[in-house]
Design a protein around this ligand. Structure first.
Ligand code: SF4
Length: 354
């Protein structure tokens, strides 16, 4: 039950203030009409671009109809938290083929817990103002069309690289959502897009994963190949992966709007364990125990040790031949995992060793 007649315009303003106090850079309020995005998703699924990510189609229309996922939902509060670590050498690392490139979002602590906690704190503040109300918090964990919701909430537009872009902040940010039954006033949807005639992201993609503007074939995307794919990485795509061992930022790095991206305010998203400047060969020698202790609370855990080694083997196969590279690969020839062994043999062949 809500208070008899709260002033929802005032509550909406306060939600935005509280959101910023809780570390979010932008807060918007969206309605529920995501049908256009639902149709886009269904065409994408029908084409098979999701690869092994069956979860993308698992919940049907609940994904684009928030009130089917959480009955009673009237609005979605969409929140942006910037994650770009300030002073990293990632552009140099990408250009140094003996080093390991880890996607910028994954260099620090995992964001799920932090954002979920902040969303919970926001809900508590709302509750103090309006009394008990219906809500559910989401961060990248449920069938939620977060970019479409962000666009509807006025946070930006979905660019040709399929990411949400903001004219003042680029695209290096996480999104969180609070589904709510409060009849808050809607923010104006981001009506225009600002990619114009640019196609930099489409042109730079190392594996040519964009089949058209706004359409990504995840099966070719390096983020998918290094994080989601469980089996072997298709051989034809191993060379273009280069030294990217967990995710890829190319379509963001090249985007002119990311000139406006500002460094994160969160200490949690700063690089840990020297992951912003590590040698492939050095990481390849981590034991499973080292992997588990150094990736505790990190997004890298999602790949797991076996896929981590698989990805590093690909990177080492693409690295210039050197004694540390060859020795590191040879040391894993007897690895218990057939998946890793196969990638190690591929990498050694790239260095002329059968
Ligand atoms: S690189 Fe260009 S086309 Fe791609 S998302 Fe950025 S502005 Fe749009």
């Amino acid at each position: 039950m809500h208070d008899s007649s709260p002033d929802y315009s005032d509550i909406a303003q306060r939600i935005k203030t509280w959101g910023r106090e809780l570390g979010f850079q932008q807060v918007g309020i969206s309605g529920l009409d995501l049908e256009r995005h639902g149709e886009h998703l269904q065409r994408w699924l029908a084409a098979g671009y999701q690869g092994e990510m069956d979860y993308m189609g698992a919940h049907g229309s609940k994904r684009w109809r928030p009130d089917e996922l959480v009955p009673g939902t009237l609005r979605v509060i969409s929140l942006r938290m910037d994650y770009l670590p300030g002073d990293t050498r990632m552009a140099q690392v990408l250009g140094a083929p003996s080093k390991a490139y880890v996607s910028r979002y994954a260099l620090g602590r995992d964001y799920h817990k932090l954002i979920r906690k902040r969303l919970q704190q926001l809900a508590e503040r709302i509750q103090q103002a309006v009394g008990p109300f219906g809500y559910r918090a989401f961060v990248d964990s449920a069938p939620v069309l977060e970019k479409a919701i962000g666009e509807q909430a006025g946070l930006g537009w979905i660019g040709k690289n399929t990411l949400l872009l903001n004219r003042k902040a680029g695209s290096y940010f996480f999104l969180g959502e609070l589904y709510t039954d409060l009849p808050l006033p809607l923010d104006e949807a981001h009506g225009s897009e600002h990619c114009g005639r640019c196609s930099a992201c489409l042109d730079i993609c190392p594996t040519a994963a964009f089949v058209a503007p706004y359409v990504l074939d995840a099966r070719r995307c390096i983020s998918y190949l290094t994080i989601e794919l469980k089996g072997p990485i298709p051989e034809a795509l191993r060379a273009p992966i280069g030294n990217r061992v967990f995710g890829c930022d190319d379509c963001q790095m090249v985007c002119p709007w990311n000139r406006f991206a500002r460094p994160t305010e969160q200490g949690d998203f700063q690089p840990r364990h020297g992951l912003d400047n590590a040698e492939l060969a050095e990481l390849f020698l981590w034991s499973e125990e080292e992997f588990l202790s150094r990736t505790e609370g990190s997004p890298l855990r999602r790949a797991g040790y076996e896929r981590w080694l698989r990805n590093l083997a690909v990177g080492l196969g693409n690295a210039p031949s050197s004694i540390p590279v060859i020795e590191a690969l040879k040391a894993r020839r007897g690895c218990a995992s057939e998946l890793v062994r196969e990638h190690v043999e591929w990498a050694l062949r790239r260095h002329g060793i059968d």
